[in-house]
Design a binder for this molecule. Structure first.
Ligand SMILES: Cc1cc2nc3c(=O)[nH]c(=O)nc-3n(C[C@H](O)[C@H](O)[C@H](O)COP(=O)(O)OP(=O)(O)OC[C@H]3O[C@@H](n4cnc5c(N)ncnc54)[C@H](O)[C@@H]3O)c2cc1C
Length: 404
C-alpha cells in the first residue's frame, strides 16, 4: 500500500490501514508532523460515537445563526441551534492520528507521475526516486492531478477570509459560536445583489475571537480581497474594529467536484476522492467515519486473493468508498447546492431560516451526511413542504442566473 499526502485524509486512512495489519508506505511533500494550516470545525455529536470528543480544543453550547429580516417580519431573533459545535485542537488530532501510524516509513517526496504496471503501481517523484506498490491511495487533496473525474463544467468553490484576533469590542457574544450570520443590514442595495456571504464566528476566550467572512459556493469563487472588505464593512457597521491580528485564514476549496471515475486503477481518499459535503463544505467527520470501511475492504480483498492486481483492488476499494447509496445521496446534495447557488441573498436567507426549522436530528443529519437515502429524501420533501412558496418555486425551477 502506498498513500500520498499527510493531511487529515492521509492520516485517517493510513491509521486504519495500519490497524488492518497492512504494510503501508507514505509519501508527502512535507513532514507529517508539520502543523496543518487549517482549523477544523465539527458538530460535537459526530465525535461521540467515535470516542474522540477529547480532541476538541473548543466546544460551544451557545450556537446560533442569524438570517435577518425574512418574510418582511421584524429583524428576526437569532436561531438557537441547541447543539454543541466544536473546533478540533488540530495538533491533538494530528498527533492522535500519527500515534496510530507509529513505525511507518514516511518519505519526504512529491509525486510527479503514477504509472500502472498490471499487478503493481509505480509512483515517480520529483527527486527522481520511484516507488512500487500493490495499490496507491491518493490523499493529496482537492486538486490532485492524478485522479480522473468527468468534466461537468465550472466547479463552485467555497472561499473565506478570516481573522483570529482582538477587537475593540466583542464581535460576537461571550462563549458564543455563530454558524451563519447572514444579516445584510451593512450592505447597500447594490451590494445585496452581489453574491451573498455570511459571517462564521466564535469566541475563543481571553478576549480572542475568530471572525470569518464566507462564501458558501460560487463559480468563479469570490476573491479574498472582496471577502476581507466585506468582513471589515460588517464589523465597522457594528462599531467593531480589529485591534490585533493573531492569525489570518485564507480558505478556498471546491464544493461540487464531480465524483472520480470509479474504474480507475488508482484509489483516493479525502478531497481527492470528492468527499467534501457538497452542501456544507465539511469533511473531517466523513473521513473519520469512512476510513475504516475502505481499509477493511482493501484488507479483505487481499486476504481473499493475495495476488490481486492494482486495478482490481482499486475497483473494490472505490465500490466500498462510494457505494450506490452514497453516490445517490451525493447527487441529491449536488442538486441542492445547484439550487442554492441560483438563489439571491434574500431567498438564501429565507431558505436557511426554513431549513433550521427542521427537527434537529434532520438538519444535523443532513449537514453531517449521516441520514440514510430514504430518510434524506423524506427530510428534503419535508423541507419542501414547510417552505414558503418563494423557496418552493426556487427549489423546483431554480431562481435566477446568479452563479453563487
Ligand atoms: C481553510 C480551510 C478550512 C476548512 N475548514 C474545515 C472545517 O472546519 N471542517 C471540515 O470538515 N472541513 C474543512 N475544510 C475542508 C477539508 O476538510 C479540508 O480541505 C481538508 O484539509 C482536506 O483534507 P485532505 O487531507 O484531503 O487534503 P489536504 O489537507 O490538502 O492535504 C493534502 C496533503 O497532500 C500533500 N500533497 C499534495 N500533493 C502531493 C504530491 N504530489 N505528492 C506528495 N504529497 C502531496 C500535501 O502536502 C498535504 O499533506 C476546510 C478547508 C480549508 C481550505
Amino acid at each position: 500500500m502506498l498513500v500520498l499526502g499527510a493531511g487529515p485524509a492521509a492520516l485517517c486512512i493510513i491509521a486504519e490501514l495500519v490497524e488492518q495489519g497492512l504494510k503501508v508506505t507514505a509519501l508527502a511533500s512535507h513532514p507529517p508532523d508539520k502543523p496543518w494550516p487549517n482549523t477544523y470545525g465539527i458538530w460535537a455529536e459526530e465525535l461521540e460515537p467515535l470516542g474522540m470528543t477529547s480532541l476538541l480544543g473548543h466546544r460551544w453550547k451557545n450556537t446560533v445563526s442569524f438570517f435577518g429580516n425574512v418574510l418582511d417580519q421584524e429583524l428576526s431573533p437569532p436561531i438557537h441551534h441547541n447543539f454543541d459545535y466544536g473546533l478540533f485542537d488540530q495538533f491533538a488530532l494530528q498527533k492522535a492520528l500519527l500515534d496510530r501510524c507509529a513505525g511507518l516509513d514516511w518519505s519526504l517526496e512529491t509525486a510527479m507521475d503514477i504509472q500502472f504496471l498490471g499487478p503493481n503501481t509505480k509512483v515517480l517523484c520529483t527527486s527522481g526516486r520511484t516507488f512500487l506498490a500493490r495499490v496507491v491511495i491518493d490523499a493529496s487533496g482537492h486538486r490532485s492531478r492524478f485522479i480522473r473525474r468527468p468534466d461537468h463544467g465550472p466547479v463552485a468553490e467555497q472561499a473565506a477570509y478570516g481573522v483570529v484576533g482582538r477587537f475593540s469590542s466583542p464581535p460576537v457574544q461571550s462563549e458564543q459560536f455563530v454558524l451563519m450570520d447572514f444579516r445584510p443590514d451593512h450592505l447597500s442595495s447594490a451590494q445585496q445583489k452581489e453574491p451573498p456571504t455570511f459571517l462564521y464566528a466564535m469566541d475563543f476566550g481571553d478576549d480572542i475571537f475568530f471572525v470569518e467572512e464566507t462564501s458558501l459556493a460560487c463559480s468563479p469563487p469570490l476573491s479574498w480581497q472582496t471577502l476581507r472588505e466585506r468582513l471589515h464593512l460588517r464589523l465597522s457597521h457594528r462599531g467593531v474594529q480589529i485591534t490585533e491580528i493573531i492569525h489570518e485564514e485564507h480558505c478556498l476549496f471546491p464544493m461540487n467536484l464531480p465524483l472520480p471515475d470509479r474504474n480507475q486503477p488508482l484509489l483516493a481518499f479525502g478531497g481527492a476522492a470528492s468527499m467534501v459535503h457538497p452542501a456544507s463544505g465539511y469533511m473531517v467527520g466523513a473521513l473519520l467515519r469512512r476510513a475504516p470501511t475502505l481499509a477493511k475492504q482493501i484488507a479483505s480483498s487481499l486476504a481473499i486473493e493475495p495476488a490481486l492486481d492494482s486495478a482490481s483492488i482499486a475497483r473494490q476499494g472505490w465500490q466500498a468508498l462510494w457505494p450506490t447509496e452514497l453516490v445517490l445521496r451525493h447527487r441529491l446534495y449536488q442538486f441542492g447546492l445547484r439550487r442554492l447557488m441560483s438563489f439571491d441573498e434574500s431567498r438564501l436567507r429565507l431558505f436557511f431560516a426554513t431549513f433550521f426549522k427542521l427537527p434537529r436530528e434532520d438538519w444535523s443529519g443532513f449537514l453531517a451526511n449521516t441520514l440514510s437515502l430514504t430518510r434524506l429524501i423524506k427530510v428534503m420533501l419535508g423541507l419542501f413542504s414547510i417552505s414558503p412558496w418563494r423557496i418552493k418555486f426556487g427549489m423546483v425551477f431554480g431562481a435566477s442566473q446568479n452563479k453563487f
